[in-house]
Every structure is written in C-alpha cells, then in structure tokens.
Design a binder for this molecule. Structure first.
Ligand code: MSP
Length: 535
C-alpha cells in the first residue's frame, strides 16, 4: 500500500486577476505534489476559489454584474493561470458549487443542533477587506484594521457565534502533542501569545448585512460567515457528508494519510485556531500540518493593486518559459520566509543555476560522450577512483537530503542540495580532466567510469528537478537517450541503469540571458499598466 498525501492551497478570492503571489503558493504545492507522486505516494492535490463574501458582492456591483457572473469571469483567469503554470491539481473547488454549498448548510445545522453556535448580536469594528471584526483595542485610536491597516467601520448585527471557549483546551493540547502542526514554529508562538492567551472571543459565524453567501437554513436573512464557509472546502471537496464520500474516507479519515494545508502568513489565524476547532466540533481529525509560507514582496513592500507594483506570471512565462518561472519561485524565496521579487535576481537565477550550472553540465557531458564513445554511455567496471567515489557519495547524500527535506516541506533547501550536486559534478569534470584521460589509452576504464557517472548524476538531477522543470526535464532525458518507460525516480537512483543508451545532442536547455536587456525588459513589465501585463 502506498503512503497517502493530501495537500491543499488556500482557496483564492476571485476578486481580481491572479498575480505572481497567487501563482507562488499554487506552484509550490504543485512541486510538492508532483514530487510525492514521483516517489510513489498516493497524492491528492486540491486548489480552488473562495467565492462568497461582501467584498465579492461589492466588486460585482461595481462591475455592474451579478456576483455569480463576476466570479465566473475571474474563475476563468485562475483556471488559465493554472494551465499556464502546468499545475496538476486533482480537483478545483468553487464554494458556489452545490456540493460545497449544501454541505456547509449541513455543517451549520449540526453546529446549531449540538449547541456549538448560538444566536446573539454583534457589535464591533469591521474591516470589509479582511471580512473581520476587531475589538476596540485591536483597532486602536485611529480605528485601523490590525491586519491590513485599512479603516474599520462600526457595525452591529444579529449573528450566530461559535463557542470558541469550549475548544481552546483541546486546541492547545493538539499544539503540544503535534509540534509540527504549525510550521515554521515561530508562527505558533504568535498565535498563542497574540490571540489565544489574551482570551479568544467567540467567533461571529453568520452575517445579515449582505446576501452573497450560503444561507443559514434555520435563520432566514443570515448567511454563513465567509471564513467558516471557506475553510470547510478542504473536506467538502473530498465528499464530506455527500452521497459519494470515498475520497473523504480515503484521504481525510485514514489516520495514515498525511494532510497538509499550505497557506500564506496572512491567514494563519483562521487555519490554526478556528479550523481545528470546527473540525473538533465535527468530531473529525485535524490536519497534520499547516505550512505557512512567506509573502512575495516587491522593492516597495507588499504587492498591491493600489501601489501599482504587481507582477504577473503570464508575461514572464511567455518570455522565459514555465520551467524558468517555476524554478525561480521554488529556489529564490526560501519556502517559509518572506522574499522579494527583483528582476536582477530573476535573471541571475536562470543564468547561474540553469544556464551555467545545469545546462553546461549536460552540454559538456553529452559532447564528451559523443566524442569519446561515439555517443554511447559507457558501462564501467573495476575499482572506482577517489573522485568517482566522492561524486557517488555526494549523490547518495543528496538523495537522502532531497527526500527528508521535501518531506519536511523544506522545498527550497531540497533543491539547493540538488543544485549543489550539479555543481559538484561540474567540479568533478575539472578534477577528473577527461580530456587528459582520453589521451592515455591506459586510462580508458577511468574515462568510461567518468562519463557513466556524469550521465547518471544528470539523470538523477533531472529526475529530482522534474517536479519543477516540467518540460525541460524531458529534454534532459531526451539528450541522454532515456526511453519513456525508464524515466522513473527508481531508475534514476540506480547508477548503472543507463549504460549502453545513446545520447542525442540537443539544443541548449536554457540559453544564457543578457543580464541588462532582460532586467530592463522585466522592469518595463513591472511599470506597465496592470491590464497590459496580465493580458
Ligand atoms: N480566500 C482566502 C483564503 C481562504 S482559505 C480557506 C484568502 N484569499 S486570497 O486570495 O486573499 O489569498 C490567498 C493566498 O494567496 C494567501 O494566503 C497566500 O497564500 C497567497 N498570496 C496572495 N498574495 C501573495 C503574495 N504576494 N505572496 C505570496 N503569497 C500570496 O485569503
């Protein structure tokens, strides 16, 4: 039985065209999901859209269309982006779909029946943007939202409340017993100290001041609070409380299935405090991990429409290809930390890592195998010399760290170790000096071993990089002459698997970019009006 793995992205608000920050989170999840599948995990990968709420209703009004028409329009943009980024999600949930809508109503009814929610009135400072109420202390004298800094307005409405107090002790116990529930760990302290310790207010979970939401069956005029609605997508998509709940049983109810939610830091509170409480109220297991990645920032801070500093994936993919953009996202910003997009770093990443390090290794190796062995990857026998042993040790260590780091969701670090191995292989060429070995007939065995080791390391690197380099990894395998049925992770771990294959020199994997010209090109894109850049 293969191990199971369920990974989710946040469901995005379809309020505007998705930018590179949205692409970041989904691409990272895709890289993780592809990596798991490659290693034989039974993997389920979910993404989708969070389509209800006042903000969407307002946007639709401004656009002169119904909320449903509005979200349908933006949904196409998200779907197109995922296609462009070659995202391999197994499902795409939209919270306006009946499967979700109906299940949320059942969940809410259950909360009412169990007494987990109660009817009262809410008065407080409300941030429309964050769809959150805040207390007097939280908004301070200027009445600004502590999350986004926008002005809050005072509001009062009848509302249902979720009894948080009942669930706090178990939540804290879950944190203690599962030290990796919130990663990076610093985020946990933030939740405990800033939100739980000061006393968690009961959460307001219905609204009466707008309509665009899932109606509470028991209380006409009330719609379910958008965060309660949204968080449950992770189980409604699997079929929870629906006729066919096979997937729910398989990926949620099996304690052996690892469940990971990947989110941005801005929504940690909802995923690590309220979501586990809702699950507890439903008597369901909690996810194993909520992995909090950082934000992709720009030179002048957070990407935002109002600042006009937003970067979109489309023009980057059009010019540099999907592999380069995915590689940049995975390796430049340490997964779990904030990062900053700069055109200079983008170009340098491609040139240094992909054109110079990986591209050169492939190029040199294929050329040498052509030159010295008529294009056939040699077999080798006998004792390995110290350099061969060193390269093998590096490869074996890389395999271990690649798996451990990936399982720990340290994706950036995992790929750094793969690229170090690629660097070590380039160095191995310098040290082995195959051009000298080729001149000395007594060194034939060493030359064979050297070429075979290089080809194997490239195969291994190509395979490990394949979750990122979704098109170019196949170009690597084409150049090594590896047939389709041999392009598996298992085969890439075997050092002698590809001896006897015939290499085929191909185009350069990643042509070197002109630093200045391309940096200027990207700067221009960033300065371009939003519509042009996203078009
Ligand atoms: N709809 C809620 C999530 C509900 S999940 C049950 C929401 N949507 S959102 O569209 O505003 O943001 C969703 C996620 O997009 C963020 O948590 C983050 O993962 C990602 N990002 C949006 N902008 C980003 C950056 N600039 N950088 C990195 N990730 C970004 O919140």
């Amino acid at each position: 039985m293969s191990k199971k793995f369920y990974i989710t992205t946040p469901i995005y608000y379809p309020s505007a065209s998705p930018h590179l920050g949205h692409a970041y989170c989904t691409t990272m999840c895709d890289i993780i999901a592809r990596g798991k599948r490659m290693r034989g995990f039974d993997t389920y990968f979910l993404t989708g859209l969070d389509e209800h709420g006042e903000k969407i209703e307002d946007n639709a009004k401004a656009a002169g269309v119904t909320p449903q028409e509005f979200v349908d329009g933006v949904a196409v943009k998200f779907l197109n982006l995922w296609k462009l980024m070659d995202i391999t999600n197994d499902d795409f949930i939209r919270t306006t779909q009946p499967r979700h809508y109906e299940t949320v109503q059942k969940i809410f009814s259950r909360f009412i029946q169990q007494g987990d929610v109660y009817l009262s009135a809410y008065k407080g400072w409300y941030c429309v943007h964050e769809e959150s109420y805040w207390t007097e202390t939280q908004v301070g004298e200027k009445h600004l939202c502590p999350e986004c800094g926008r002005p809050c307005e005072q509001k009062e409405e009848p509302a249902y409340f979720f009894h948080c107090d009942k669930f706090v002790p178990n939540l804290l116990r879950y944190y203690d017993e599962n030290p990796k529930f919130i990663v990076p760990e610093g985020r946990k302290a933030e939740m405990v100290n800033n939100f739980i310790k000061p006393g968690l207010n009961d959460l307001c979970v219905s609204r009466t001041t707008f309509d665009w939401g899932i109606p509470v069956k028991e209380a006409p005029g009330h719609v379910v609070y958008v965060w309660l609605d949204a968080l449950t997508n992770y189980i409604t998509a699997l079929g929870y409380l629906q006729k066919d709940d096979t997937r729910f049983q398989k990926y949620w109810m099996d304690p052996e299935c690892e469940i990971v939610h990947v989110i941005g830091a801005d929504i940690t509170r909802f995923h690590t405090i309220y979501w586990p409480m809702f699950l507890e109220a439903l008597n369901l297991r909690k996810p194993n991990r909520v992995f909090v990645h950082g934000l992709m920032m720009m030179k002048d801070g957070k990407m935002s429409k109002s600042k006009g500093n937003t970067v979109y994936a489309e023009p980057l993919v059009a010019r540099y290809g999907v592999d380069a953009v995915r590689y940049y996202l995975a390796t430049e910003i340490i997964f779990g930390q904030d990062g900053r997009f700069t055109p200079e770093d983008f170009v340098a990443r491609i040139n240094v890592d992909l054109a110079n390090n990986l591209g050169n290794l492939l190029n040199r190796t294929v050329s040498m195998i052509d030159k010295y062995f008529g294009g056939v990857i040699p077999a080798y026998e006998g004792e390995l010399n110290d350099l061969d042993k060193g390269l093998r040790e590096t490869a074996e260590k890389t395999i271990k760290s690649y798996e451990i780091l990936n399982d720990d969701l340290k994706v950036t670090e995992a790929y750094a170790s793969v690229m170090e191995m690629v660097g070590a292989a380039n160095k191995y060429i310098e040290q082995s000096a195959p051009w000298a070995l080729a001149k000395d007939p007594s060194k034939k065995k060493e030359l064979e071993s050297c070429m075979a080791h290089l080809a194997s390391v490239i195969f291994l690197a190509g395979m490990m990089l394949s979750p990122i380099l979704v098109t170019k990894s196949n170009k690597i395998f084409d150049q090594l002459g590896i047939p389709a049925d041999m392009r598996t992770y298992e085969k890439s771990l075997q050092f002698r698997a590809i001896s006897g294959l015939k290499v085929q020199k191909g185009e350069q994997l990643f042509p070197r970019l002109d630093d200045k010209a391309e940096t200027d090109y990207i700067k221009d894109l960033m300065a371009a009006p939003k519509e042009k850049a996203a078009a």
